[in-house]
Each structure stands twice: as structure tokens, then as C-alpha cells.
Write a protein that binds this ligand. Structure first.
Ligand code: GLN
Length: 242
């Protein structure tokens, strides 16, 4: 019997920049390799929210894209809070990371409210933090990617950073924190896409989802040559100048 895993991608129409859709493709492929049947849902403003949501992902976008989705996002905020407290794994990148926090205040002083699922706040600045980035996390090891944002994010007392920056900027230009974590909700500024080059995070999302849904543990991925390519892509990314 095939066991399905439902991946919900939030707002791909407005929030999908610098290859973030690759995160959906990576989950799809790795789920197949682990013997599951992936079902990928695209959720855009006004859609009915999928009944099954085993993994949620969301990408980055321009300030204007964030503006377009904000009302809908606030409308599904309670549901997202419930899913997070229920330990559903999620990965939110850049623009949606910002809106999973309390608010994003643009340079012009307009405040785009977020859902406050993460205890973080973001302020638009004149400085764009852009380039390749390398970070280290206790749980996921080295995380590599590409950042491009002018919003700078600050963690509140209830937020943990996802990782510590070793090269690049991360959340802001001062404290060397990158991303945030609450329960199984991961948030990060890293595009690239993030998951193809960081399979430890993909497997965290998949492993958490199948443990919750089926009480199953992940075995080895049935595709060793891809793991070698992944390793080479990681090494190339780390060697690249910012
Ligand atoms: N508009 C936000 C910023 O520049 C988000 C950018 C993004 O998602 N790439 O800070």
C-alpha cells in the first residue's frame, strides 16, 4: 500500500524567488526515493486550504509580493499556529520567514503584519545583504546557500537561531544569527534552492512527517550517486566567493 505525504507550498505565485520551488521538487524526489507517494499542493490567496498538510514550505518574494499575500496569510494564521503546535514540520524562506514573525516594517515605515508564529521582527534597511552564505548548525551541520534581502531580522527571547553564520550576513549585519526555529518550524534566509544542497534539512522535514503520520523511521536514501553529486555541489558552493 502506498503511503502518501502531503506537501503544501504556501503562495508559490507571489513567494517563489531564486529557485525556492526547488525545495518542493527536492521533497518530492526524496519522498519517492524513501518509498512514499508525494502529493504537492500549491496554496495561493483565496484557495481552500488542503485537508492534509504533512509538510509546509514557503519561499521568498519581493516586498510587493509580501503585500499581496498578507491578508490571506493572516486569515490562515490560526491554522498555521495549530499545525506548528501539533509539531508539523515546516520550512519558511526569506519573505515568508519574515511574515512568520511579528511584522516586517519596510524602509518607508509601512508595517506588514505577520502571524507571530516566530518571535522575530524585521526592519527594511538601505543595505542589501546579498551573496553566497555558509552557516553551521548543531543539528544540521554546515548549511550552504545564497541570500538576498534588505530586511534585517532580530530574534526575540522566545526564538532560537537556526544556525551561526561563518561567511555572509544571515538575519542581520550584526549578530551572526541565521534563521530561526520554533518546534519543527525552520526559517531561513537561504535560497539556492536550499534543500538540494542541504539534504539533512530535507530529511529532517521528511523524517519528522513520516514519524508523525506513520510512526516510521527513514532508512538510507536509495540513490547514492545523488548523494555524491550533492556533496560536490556543497563543496563548490563553499569554495565560491561571496
Ligand atoms: N522583501 C524582503 C527583503 O528584501 C524579502 C526578500 C526575499 O524574499 N528575497 O528583505
Amino acid at each position: 500500500m502506498s503511503r502518501d505525504v502531503h506537501v503544501v507550498q504556501l503562495y508559490p505565485r507571489d513567494m517563489n524567488i531564486y529557485g525556492d520551488y526547488g525545495n518542493a521538487l527536492t521533497l518530492q524526489r526524496r519522498l519517492e526515493w524513501y518509498g512514499y507517494e508525494p502529493v504537492i499542493h500549491s496554496y495561493n490567496p483565496g484557495d481552500a486550504f488542503p485537508e492534509q498538510a504533512d509538510i509546509l514550505i514557503g519561499g521568498g518574494g519581493r516586498d510587493s509580493g509580501q503585500d499581496r499575500i498578507q491578508t490571506d496569510l493572516l486569515g490562515i494564521g490560526d491554522r498555521l499556529h495549530r499545525l506548528a503546535e501539533d509539531d508539523v514540520p515546516m520550512l519558511m524562506i526569506c519573505g515568508l520567514y519574515q511574515l512568520f514573525g511579528h511584522y516586517f516594517e519596510t524602509r518607508e515605515g509601512a508595517r506588514i503584519p505577520g502571524i507571530g508564529l516566530l518571535d522575530v521582527t524585521t526592519y527594511g534597511t538601505d543595505r542589501r545583504l546579498i551573496g553566497n552564505i555558509v552557516t553551521e548548525s548543531e543539528e544540521f551541520g554546515r548549511i550552504v546557500g545564497y541570500e538576498n534581502h534588505s530586511g534585517q531580522t532580530w530574534l526575540g527571547r522566545d526564538a532560537q537561531p537556526l544556525a551561526t553564520v561563518t561567511s555572509g550576513a544571515g538575519n542581520n549585519d550584526q549578530d551572526a544569527h541565521e534563521g530561526a526555529r520554533h518546534r519543527n518550524v525552520l526559517a531561513s534566509y537561504l535560497h539556492g534552492s536550499l534543500l538540494p544542497k542541504n539534504p539533512a534539512i530535507a530529511d529532517f522535514l521528511i523524517g519528522t512527517a513520516v514519524r508523525r503520520k506513520y510512526g516510521a523511521e527513514l532508512g538510507a536514501v536509495d540513490h547514492p550517486s545523488v548523494e555524491t553529486l550533492t556533496q560536490r555541489a556543497r563543496e563548490a558552493a563553499v569554495a565560491r566567493p561571496r
